[in-house]
Design a binder for this molecule. Structure first.
Ligand code: AKG
Length: 260
């Protein structure tokens, strides 16, 4: 899947890009089912909300064949490779279920500041690409972006609760002064969202009865591998094997075989 010049321009301008309807309804159904199966397990890679509902399932491509197969799908690897211009490895893989009624917020932040300060990633030559497993509306915990914020580079911040490097509120206030300084990444289930490591983003809690499950893969250029990991391996991977993109049919056929 090649990005068009207009999509590249859109990404370079805003720091994020939504690609509608990339994965089929059948593939999404398999991913939803697998997300439900793995988040029933109790293991250190699965972090929970205060209520006990799953918040983040880290590194599940290491123990789930469904997510392992997905992690090299060309529809995810190729557009990131195109933007970064180099062979990639997987820095992080996770599912954020943002469950109905209970899914808590993610305060404003940039991802690269954590990759740099806590993992020792040299440069912002890494990015997230995400698959919506549900229709994502403005109301059920969609990601919000400050368009163009990636152009400001890394904004230093001090660790907050759970060592998360949420932005200092004074920096957020300086950046968001009117409603039009925020854009919301919505889309149908099966759509894909890509965003720059320095893109300022966050998401509100999900108080609706509509779940908002999203799978995130963070790919980094192989030459940009992390140098000083301080977080567990399941959060910041410490093996840097190049990802070889597999044609969409590999995942589609595997998903189909699980449905029959
Ligand atoms: O899933 C979300 O709502 C936001 C996730 C996020 O920004 C993160 O995990 O860094």
């Amino acid at each position: 899947m090649e990005l068009t010049q207009s999509q590249i321009d859109q990404y370079n301008d805003a720091g994020y890009l939504v690609l509608p309807d990339v994965f089929s309804a059948e593939e999404v159904e398999v991913l939803r089912h697998e997300a439900a199966e793995i988040t029933r397990e109790h293991r250190p890679e699965i972090w929970r909300e205060k209520s006990g509902a799953p918040r983040t399932a880290f590194g599940c491509h290491k123990y789930s064949e469904v997510f392992r197969t997905l992690s090299s799908d060309e529809r995810l690897v190729a557009p990131v490779e195109q933007l970064i211009g180099e062979t990639l490895y997987i820095h992080q893989f996770k599912v954020n279920p943002k469950v109905a009624f209970d899914g808590d917020n993610f305060p404003w932040h940039q991802d690269f500041v954590t990759w740099h300060e806590d993992d020792g990633m040299p440069e912002a030559r890494a990015m997230n690409i995400a698959i919506f497993l549900d229709d994502v509306f403005t109301t059920n915990g969609a990601l919000m972006f400050v368009p163009g914020s990636h152009k400001r580079g890394m904004i230093p911040t001090t660790p907050k609760e759970n060592n998360r490097r949420w932005m200092d509120l004074a920096d957020v206030e300086a950046m968001i002064t009117t409603g039009s300084d925020i854009e919301v990444a919505t889309g149908r289930a099966g759509s894909v969202l890509m965003f720059h490591g320095n893109s300022v983003h966050g998401s509100a809690g999900n108080m609706t009865p509509l779940p908002r499950r999203i799978v995130y893969v963070t790919y980094s250029a192989v030459s940009n591998a992390i140098q000083r990991p301080t977080r567990p391996e399941f959060i910041a991977h410490q093996t840097f094997e190049p990802v070889h993109a597999t044609p969409p049919a590999a995942f589609a056929e595997y998903a189909e075989s699980l449905r029959t």
